[in-house]
Design a binder for this molecule. Structure first.
Ligand code: ADP
Length: 357
């Protein structure tokens, strides 16, 4: 196991800067997830740590050792790819053993190690099969097993679950988390899937256009995103962004007033007359009990309770919760509202909703 440190790593491809100013410090044994939209530079960072890519400038340390000029095979890292990259002519056992054989590890030790790895990944009954006789999920477990068997200092995973179907992806995600808890190997995991990032990470690095947007624990990034990109990227359905002008009475959103608690007023130092983007998570909006208020009373309530009138456009019952997409009257902006359980709401209803600011 080892810590990993990147100092101002930059990588250019001809005229294109793929990543820039990438600096972070992964403590020994932690699980970090690099997340962001396609093309934001995640794989380039991972490949740079692996030694499959050379940084244009900056420094990479694994443990206390500067790695910039150390070839990939001497870095003691193991990488798992999206497409598994198993050796098709070898059995599962031979695939898992391969890295150890290359290092001339004693045959008996290899056999023991293959057994242990196979047990921890429930692969014992598949050891004699060839990759093409395995399902996608099994192949991915073999790829993980091959990486784990080497007991690397650092474990690098590039979208390892993206070829699996939904159920298997969830199961394998949980297995990966368990595996990390058992082995404690420093792990860098690349994904564009915010659920994987939220559930797996000790720390998340959110990237956009080759630059770090925010680094933090999943819950703290979720609660306090550094900017709009982070706010709307993490969370499904995404955070609502509502443009509103601040007045002495509160925020004016398309003609409706949103009252602001004194505490928030003091904290944010709001300026009357200025426009703001309000970020509101879908689960922080609830439906007021008496939703059939006439416009007059609902406007009066609005000021007291940070309530809004909205017109329901789409209703999506999801079993455990209901997702409602609704617009402010006179505005095209859709608000995502997430309500626990099944609610009786129809398209076309005008609702009074409560914002939990
Ligand atoms: P991600 O993994 O987040 O999808 P990548 O790290 O693969 O993003 O790519 C980041 C950027 O660098 C993209 O704009 C991509 O087109 C560019 N890029 C990556 N590899 C190369 C390459 N070998 N040659 C030219 N451009 C590249």
């Amino acid at each position: 196991m080892a810590k990993v440190r990147l100092e101002e790593i930059k990588r250019r491809f001809n005229n294109v800067t793929a990543i820039e100013d990438i600096t972070f410090d992964i403590p020994d044994g932690e699980f970090w997830v690099l997340v962001g939209p396609s093309g934001c530079g995640k794989s380039t960072i991972l490949r740079t740590i692996a030694g499959l890519e050379t940084a244009t400038s900056g420094k990479l340390f694994i443990g206390d050792r500067l790695m910039n000029n150390i070839p990939a095979r001497q870095r003691d890292v193991a990488m798992v790819f999206q497409n598994y990259a198993l050796y098709p002519h070898m059995t599962v056992a031979e695939n898992i053993a391969f890295g150890l054989q290359m290092r001339k590890v004693d045959a008996k030790l290899i056999q023991e190690r293959v057994g242990t790895v196979a047990r921890s990944l429930s692969l014992e009954h598949l050891l004699d099969r060839k990759p093409k006789q395995l399902s996608g999920g099994q192949q991915q477990r073999v790829a993980l097993g091959r990486a784990i068997a080497r007991e690397p200092q650092v474990f690098l995973l590039d979208e390892p679950l993206s070829n699996l179907d939904a159920q298997l992806r969830d199961d394998t995600r949980a297995e990966l988390k368990q595996l990390h808890q058992e082995l404690g190997i420093t792990t860098v995991y690349v994904t564009h899937d915010q659920v994987e990032a939220m559930t797996l990470a000790d720390k998340i690095v959110v990237l956009n256009r080759g630059r770090i947007q925010q680094i933090g624990a999943p819950q703290s990034i979720y609660a306090l995103p550094a900017n709009q990109m982070v706010a709307t990227f993490l969370g499904n359905p995404p955070m609502n962004i509502l443009s509103a002008k601040y007045t002495n009475d509160g925020f004016d959103a398309s003609g409706q007033l949103i009252a602001v608690p004194e505490l928030i007023k003091e904290k944010l130092q709001l300026h009357p007359g200025q426009n703001y983007d309000l970020g509101i998570r879908p689960e922080h909006i609830s439906i007021n009990n008496n939703s059939t208020l006439n416009t007059h009373t609902s406007a009066a309530l609005s000021v007291q309770h940070s309530a809004l009138s909205v017109d329901v456009k789409v209703v999506e019952p999801l079993g455990r919760e209901t997702l409602i997409r609704a617009s402010l009257p006179g505005s095209t902006v859709l608000l995502n509202v997430q309500i626990g359980g099944n609610v009786r709401v129809n398209v076309g209803d005008r609702l009074s909703v409560q914002l939990d600011l």
